[in-house]
Design a protein around this ligand. Structure first.
Ligand SMILES: [Zn+2]
Length: 105
């Protein structure tokens, strides 16, 4: 007789808090920037400005919108910097293999 064991006995029911949602807390003792709209704490003022621009875009005044665009531009510049560094690393690895091939082959 063929026993048909399914994955029902290994039931991976995940109860408890979602780490993606609870991970956004700021450690005690550090200055936190709290969102005035939803009360979420942020470690950096820039992150709060980004959050408010994305989640509460409708309730921003002129200065807050300005802060959001500023933080957003900064973030974009950081991403561009990261891409350049990643590309440089890729080129280095490529030429590393090329030289290794030229030497050992
Ligand atoms: Zn908020």
């Amino acid at each position: 007789m063929r026993t048909n064991t399914t994955a029902t006995d290994a039931n991976p029911t995940q109860t408890g808090p979602n780490p993606a949602q609870t991970g956004a807390t700021v450690p005690d003792g550090e200055q936190a920037y709290e969102c005035p709209d939803c009360g979420r704490p942020f470690a950096r003022e820039k992150h709060l400005a980004l959050h408010r621009g994305l989640d509460h875009a409708g309730s921003l005044d002129e200065a807050e919108r300005e802060a959001f665009y500023e933080a957003y531009d900064e973030e974009e510049a950081e991403i561009r910097r990261f891409r350049i560094v990643a590309l440089g690393a890729l080129v280095l690895v490529y030429f590393g293999f090329l030289f290794a091939y030229a030497v050992f082959a």
